[in-house]
Ligand binder design. Structure first.
Ligand SMILES: C[S@@+](CC[C@H](N)C(=O)[O-])C[C@H]1O[C@@H](n2cnc3c(N)ncnc32)[C@H](O)[C@@H]1O
Length: 706
């Protein structure tokens, strides 16, 4: 070991980058678990930033010529200098990591900027539109961007404060459903699983900084391809969580796979933190107004037939039912072996014995004395006459649980039947804890996912959205009584989670908000077609087909406004929300953003501020007015936060904050810790002081992957 450490130190002194790289790999090897999930962390991920202007010092790739569908040169180049103007602009490039120096000049228009995950980034947000129908409610936000970087930005706005994270990541089906380092991961890729694990682990580690560890929940949807590995990964990344797994039928007909079981389900991991608890759900069998349920008195299971040990003794006796269908009396039990026809007969009555249709003698479910007691209280019911069957009447009774429902007032007796038995119905919902296996019609992904998205967007297609009601169930089970909760989905796809949050708000008047993050990728086939037409990522005619612009934002907008992108009303009803017309929309607000990558140098103050303004607003609750430009007065107070940029104006700033109700955060821009502390002492209780450095972007320098 010490020899290796020495060698690494030597390598570092010769080439610091190489030395650090070696050290990282060495640490990874020595930290390998003896037991558990071991996997290759792979080359650090990188992301292409189409449309980001090329600057000196950037890492870039050279794009293949327009119209070509090959991957082109995958090597990374560093921009040494730039010359020329406009379309003539040329970059002087040097190959990164080459033993022999290699340089070339390439038109800037043929370059794409690359950010490696372990580099520092300075994220910002640019608003690209909003929908407002929710009055003073908080805004749902949609961020178009690489989720790893968006998550990093959220560590400033939402550290430890997300109530529910719901994600439905790519399932790693091998069918070009996700990319690692800009490359689709295909079935034949030997590292397919470890790439997926490395991809997920990086994001989950950042997400773990966002989840509210007091009582937050992380929900991950997955199918059979990665369910086992994901389970182990979640245990390793979140050792302090309770983990439950639910099996949920989303395609009742099953997916045909030759020679194999037709798969019909998905899996949901629920990770609960701190005091988070799943809430009970109204039991449909005990819904308000539902009639109380009766149990058949005859034992059903053959091992409880007459004369069996399990069936007990004393439970084979006649029940005398008169002509009017009332129980006249209950007879004496017959010893096993005694012919039932030898039981005494009664005038005008039929002796009913527990008999199967095939003539098998069974037992009643209660002894004669117990039944007599229930009969007195009206808890035994005579059902249909069945003269052609061996048992001449159906008989049922109320179990002790149902009797207790009546006695405790959960169910009320509304009258009596002709036979003297009670009629009772539930006055309040009875709750039950959801079980770990779900087969709910409302979770059908085809009907309430694909079809529902089609109703909202016309002919636009999104592959495999979740059922709206399935996601609503997931979040409601934990947020039923958290009306101000914050939900996050960083693989949001078509935006089902935001829609489900709005649906839940509609049902119970909540003010919950959802943050949706998704990239703007186009499908594999679509990408190929666009390339053939000479288009490239970053071109307007390419980007408009991307998921975020083409599906996520329009879907959320259509759900709120009740209007499709073409302006017509959305047809159809919400099947599991009282059949409400979808055209009614929701009283909610949403704002759409694109994640930007700023450089700390060469950015002027005002622009830097404009890009972080949405982050300040989000941290204060994504509610009310936003301060979008540096305040001319040196301070400003919006609806939920205030901003002080000129410390000499601290007095009116603090007075302004004190005068306004509902202020949560006071942002104070200063590099001077002592003056910052002095101002915080003047702020009212309950207002969180947050210090920002004068060079704004340094507040937002992230490099989680380092
Ligand atoms: C399985 S889909 C989610 C579907 C969603 N639950 C719904 O109901 O529509 C996963 C989504 O994550 C997005 N995605 C995959 N990798 C991403 C990344 N690194 N950053 C941001 N989004 C990503 C994909 O664009 C895809 O739309």
């Amino acid at each position: 070991m010490s020899r290796l450490t020495d060698l690494i130190a030597q390598a570092k002194s010769k080439d610091s980058d190489l030395g650090r790289e070696l050290e990282r790999e060495f640490k990874a090897l020595t930290n390998r678990r003896a037991f558990g999930l071991n996997f290759e962390r792979h080359r650090p991920e990188s992301v292409e930033l189409p449309g980001r202007p090329v600057r000196k010092g950037d890492k870039v790739r050279v794009l293949p010529p327009r119209g070509e569908t090959t991957k082109g040169d995958q090597r990374l180049w560093k921009v040494r200098s730039l010359s020329g103007k406009g379309t003539e602009r040329v970059a002087q490039l040097e190959l990164i990591g080459a033993a022999e120096s290699e340089t070339q000049d390439v038109a800037v228009a043929d370059l794409i900027v690359i950010v490696e995950f372990r580099e520092y980034i300075y994220p910002g947000l640019v608003s690209t539109g909003k929908v407002e129908r929710g009055g003073d409610k908080p805004y749902h936000t949609v961020i178009n961007g690489e989720n790893f970087h968006a998550l990093e930005a959220l560590t400033f706005t939402h550290r430890g404060s997300i109530d529910v994270i719901y994600i439905d990541p790519p399932y790693n089906s091998g069918a070009k459903d996700w990319k690692y380092n800009n490359d689709y991961v295909e079935k034949e890729d030997l590292y397919r699983h470890s790439k997926w694990l490395a991809f997920m682990e990086r994001r989950l580690l950042v997400a773990s900084q966002l989840i509210n560890k007091q009582d937050g929940v992380l929900i991950v949807a997955i199918d059979d391809k990665e369910v086992a590995r994901l389970g182990l990964l979640l245990e390793q990344v979140f050792p302090d969580a309770e983990i439950d797994m639910v099996t949920t039928v989303i395609n009742p007909r099953g997916k045909y796979r030759k020679g194999r079981f037709a798969r019909c389900e998905d899996y949901l991991y629920f990770l609960t933190f701190g005091s988070a608890e799943v809430q009970g759900e109204p039991d449909p069998d005990f819904a308000e107004g539902a009639a109380i349920s009766w149990r058949t008195l005859r034992r059903s299971d053959i091992t409880s037939a007459r004369g069996t040990k399990k069936g007990g003794t004393g439970q084979f006796y006649p029940i005398y039912v008169d002509d009017s269908g009332r129980i006249e009396s209950i007879g004496q039990p017959l010893e096993h072996g005694i012919d039932r026809n030898s039981a005494p007969s009664k005038d005008g009555c039929i002796a009913v014995f527990p008999m199967r249709d095939d003539g098998t003698e069974m037992n009643w479910g209660l002894t004669a004395p117990s039944l007599k007691k229930l009969l007195k209280d009206g808890y035994v019911r005579v059902g249909r006459a069945t003269p052609n069957k061996p048992q001449k009447y159906e008989i049922s009774y109320l179990t002790s649980g149902r009797i207790s429902d009546i006695q405790t007032g959960r169910a009320t007796v509304t009258g009596k039947n002709r036979d003297g038995s009670v009629r009772a119905e539930y006055v309040t919902h009875k709750m039950k804890y959801p079980v770990t296996s779900w087969a709910r019609l409302s979770h059908n992904a085809e009907v309430h996912g694909t079809e529902l998205v089609k109703s909202l967007l016309g002919d636009k297609i999104f592959p495999y959205p979740k059922s709206l009601y399935a996601v609503e169930d997931c979040i409601r089970l934990f947020l039923g009584n958290k009306l101000d909760a914050v939900v996050l989905d960083f693989f949001s796809g078509s935006g089902t989670t935001a829609h489900a949050t709005m649906l839940l708000n509609r049902k119970d008047g909540g003010r919950r908000q959802c943050i949706s993050v998704t990239n703007n990728e186009v499908g594999a086939d679509e990408g190929l077609e666009l390339r053939k037409k000479g288009l490239r990522p970053g071109d307007d005619d390419w980007e408009r087909w991307g998921i975020c612009d083409y599906v996520t934002k329009p879907r959320i907008e259509a759900a709120i406004t009740g209007r499709k992108p073409d302006g017509s009303s959305v047809d159809g009803v919400y099947d599991f929300d009282e059949d409400r017309p979808m055209a009614d929309g929701y009283g909610e607000n949403a704002e759409f953003f694109t994640l930007t990558y700023e450089t700390p140098v060469a950015v002027n103050h005002n622009r830097a501020f404009a890009r972080i303004a949405p982050l300040l607003w989000m941290r204060a609750g994504s509610e009310g007015r936003r301060i979008d430009a540096e305040p001319a007065e040196g301070w400003e107070v919006a609806d939920t936060y205030g901003l002080l940029t000129n410390l000499d104006r601290a007095a009116p700033f603090c007075a302004g904050i004190t005068a306004k109700e509902g202020i949560r955060i006071a942002y104070i821009v200063t590099d001077d810790e002592r003056r910052f502390q002095a101002i915080t002492r003047e702020l009212p209780k309950g207002v969180e002081p947050v210090r920002l450095y004068e060079s704004y972007l340094t507040n937002f320098r992230f490099a989680m992957g380092r």
